[in-house]
Ligand binder design. Structure first.
Ligand code: 5GP
Length: 189
């Protein structure tokens, strides 16, 4: 998606540890225009797939997930990274190593918010090693629901998870794929 690539080149910053900082439009300040265009692109790609639910992980996937859910006319559900006091009842849980926080989280979604009849589109801001997406996929499977596909704003293609998912038959649609960030220079696929 050209406007996203332009924003990455103009406003993104490569940090140590293969981390791309995009706080100016995706991770801290939210650029509603770009996010809206992203949601439109994602809807155009998956619109015939009978999506009934959007799933993401708190916190940085939520903004895009809400806009995507609005386009499909369905609800978005987000996995929590810890069991807080406002979580009661039964929940699905899956282990997930956080790329940016470098800790293991047991992510959870209340069982009442996902059912076996759901057709789920997983949404996230970044794809690095795939831990977040595979943990959500695992929860979708626990619910007996159908994973329709996965959509990512920025896939770091050089970290391999995206190609692995495609080879496994997952319908993965990334809006920008970065092939390298060597010497702080972003190169797109
Ligand atoms: P994965 O689980 O695929 O290894 O990492 C994806 C998650 O880590 C995303 O939900 C995102 O929040 C975070 N993440 C991974 N790489 C980056 C990055 O380069 N920049 C930012 N801002 N977040 C990242």
């Amino acid at each position: 998606m050209e406007s996203l690539k332009k924003a990455i080149l103009e406003k993104g910053k490569v940090l140590p540890g293969n981390v791309l900082k995009v706080g100016a439009f995706l991770n801290n300040q939210l650029d509603v225009k770009i996010l809206g265009e992203m949601a439109d692109e994602i809807f155009a790609y998956f619109k015939d797939k009978n999506v009934t639910k959007i799933a993401t992980i708190e916190a940085s996937g939520i903004a895009l997930a809400i806009l995507v859910a609005e386009r499909f006319g369905v609800n978005a559900v987000f996995a929590k990274k810890s069991k807080t006091a406002n979580v009661d009842g039964d929940f699905y849980m899956s282990e997930c190593f956080s790329y940016t926080h470098k800790v293991n989280n047991n992510i959870i979604i209340g069982k009442e918010y996902l059912s076996s009849s759901d057709r789920v589109l997983v949404v996230d801001d970044f794809l690095a090693h795939g831990q977040a997406v595979y943990a959500l996929k695992n929860i979708v499977e626990q619910a007996g629901a159908t994973l329709v596909g996965v959509t990512i704003a920025i896939e770091k293609g050089f970290q391999g998870a995206g190609d692995k998912m495609r080879s496994e038959g997952i319908d993965l649609y990334s809006l920008a794929i970065i092939d390298s960030m060597d010497d702080c220079k972003v190169v797109f696929r």
